[in-house]
Design a protein around this ligand. Structure first.
Ligand code: KIV
Ligand code: ZN
Length: 506
């Protein structure tokens, strides 16, 4: 069976989503998980865009060995040289060169003629080819470009050495049948097309990214560019999990396969959501909380009698554990370890000990510990590993008559204990003000959301906070059964990420 190459751009286009900034260690963590997911290509970043992005791509290229590691570059010599510098240590490096092709972009943005664009495309592929054999080229805004001009560009860049030609629907404008015809036209009209893999890169502005990608695959494209949870610029990119599971579930229709280890999908989705701060909507296909839960009595009856009555996929194939075991106060280390393994975590002894004591602490407050509680708890433990400032104590007083007041004690990076107090419009405001007095980094809080991980009054509350400093957004998360403590943890987490980013930027 023919295979579709899965090109994951979560760390590049996905990270371009407003507010989704990741630090270097977080990017490496996601890249490790993408390797476990067995994607074929990881687009690790856009090295010329910032020193942080360059370092992240370089680190991923050094540490991740199985997938191809790709770096993005505009059709400029400096971009290409920088992209190569970032991926040269990779076992299998790729440079991805892009340049706008549509008349709209040429006229209003680049102010260049079609001939000039054609020449630049060819020349920059030749330049990249001096570094590595594996070159991808994208004529940006292809779906709004005259097809004959796309054919010309593709022929020229393949002659210059491009081994993959990617057709982007940059603004998410295409309709499946029309985009499919463009792909078909490419196979029919580009004489040397058999020397390159045809790829597609679809955005979701009209909610059609997955449909356009699948239509292209049906018409011969053999690489799909996509992101975990469909995150990305504006409305996002085609969602990896939806593409992969459509190809797998409808093998009868596509007669194709992918390399993806589907049982890693759920874990990858949770990790990306956790680190980017983008929650997955409950009705999201494949990875949403309701994707496999049946509410209607008729459906429940059918599923109990025979799952295929209403379930087209077995939740275990995407790594959602079918668990009947509920943990609680009396559960021991062994049961906890087994549950972690079923959820796909393999913690070292030190991390396990910390997670287990957090579990015991939670079990004292909450009767039944669900899988989502455990995921939240492990995520909280992992967040605290690389902390700059660490919360030692929080105390608040509030009420309808009182003036909201917070006292906070933090441990500074040098081990010093810092304490201060502040008044606020509410307890969360007071806590944030007290923390600000101690950390002293100017920032503006732009988003604050609280949600409970499970039902019930004893549920863990997860708080997401976004702050802005020098026009960059940093996301912080915190979880606790006390939402004021969760808010303080989320705020300190966002500040820690801000401080870490400033340190990398020098
Ligand atoms: O959407 C787009 O056109 C892109 C290119 C860089 C491939 O992201
Ligand atoms: Zn894109």
């Amino acid at each position: 069976m023919e295979r579709v190459i899965i090109f994951d751009t979560t760390l590049r286009d996905g990270e371009q989503a407003a507010g989704g900034t990741l630090n270097i260690q977080e990017k490496l963590g996601i890249a490790r998980q993408l390797e476990k997911l067995s994607v074929d290509v990881i687009e690790a970043g856009f090295p010329i865009s910032s020193p942080g992005d360059f370092e992240a791509v370089r680190l991923i290229a050094k540490e991740i060995h199985t997938p191809i590691i790709c770096a993005l570059a505009r059709a400029h010599p400096d971009d290409i040289d920088r992209a190569w510098e970032a991926v040269e240590k990779a076992k299998r490096p790729r440079i991805h060169v892009f340049l706008s092709a549509s008349d709209i972009h040429l006229l209003y943005q680049l102010k260049k003629s079609r001939e000039e664009i054609l020449g630049m495309s060819r020349d920059m592929v030749v330049r990249a080819k001096k570094y590595t054999d594996d070159i991808e080229f994208s004529p940006m805004d292809a779906s709004r470009t005259e097809p004959e001009y796309i054919y010309q560009i593709l022929e020229a860049v393949i002659d210059a050495g491009a081994t993959t030609v990617n057709i982007p629907d940059t603004v998410g404008y295409a309709i499946p049948d029309e985009f499919g015809s463009l792909i078909e036209g490419i196979f029919q009209n580009v004489p040397n097309i058999n020397r390159a893999v045809v790829s597609v890169h679809c955005h979701n502005d009209l909610g059609l990214a997955v449909a356009n990608s699948l239509e292209s695959v049906k018409r011969g494209a053999r690489q799909v560019e996509c992101t975990i949870n469909g995150i990305g610029e504006r409305a996002g990119n085609a969602s990896l999990e939806e593409i992969v599971m459509a190809i797998r579930t409808r093998k009868d229709f596509f007669n194709l396969t992918t390399n993806v280890e589907t049982r890693q999908i759920y874990k990858t989705s949770r990790l990306v959501s956790e680190l980017t701060g983008f929650t997955v909507q409950p009705n999201k296909a494949i990875v949403g909380a309701n994707a496999f839960s049946h509410e209607s009595g008729i459906h429940q009856d059918g599923v109990i009698k025979m799952p295929i009555t209403y379930e087209i996929m077995d939740p275990r194939t995407v790594g959602i554990p079918a668990s009947s075991l509920v943990l609680g106060k009396l559960s021991g280390r062994h049961a906890f370890r087994e549950r972690l393994a079923e959820l796909g975590y393999s913690l070292n002894e030190e991390d396990f000990d910390r997670a287990f004591s957090a579990f015991k602490e939670l079990a004292d407050k909450k009767k039944e510990i669900t899988d989502r509680d455990i995921e939240s708890l492990v995520a909280e433990e992992q967040r605290t590993v690389s902390e700059v400032y660490h919360i030692d104590r929080i105390q608040v007083s509030c009420g309808d008559r009182g003036i909201p007041t917070a006292a906070v004690r933090l441990i500074a990076p040098d081990g010093q204990v810092l304490a201060d107090a502040a008044l606020g419009t509410g307890p969360v405001d007071a806590v944030c003000k007290a923390i600000n007095r101690l950390v002293g980094v100017p920032n503006v809080l732009t988003e604050f959301t609280v949600k409970s991980v499970t039902e019930g009054i004893d549920a863990i509350g997860e708080v997401l906070i976004r702050i802005e400093s020098e026009s960059i957004t940093y996301t912080g998360r915190g979880a606790d059964t006390d939402i004021i403590v969760a808010s303080a943890k989320a705020y300190v987490n966002a500040l820690n990420r801000l401080l870490a980013a400033k340190k990398v930027a020098g």
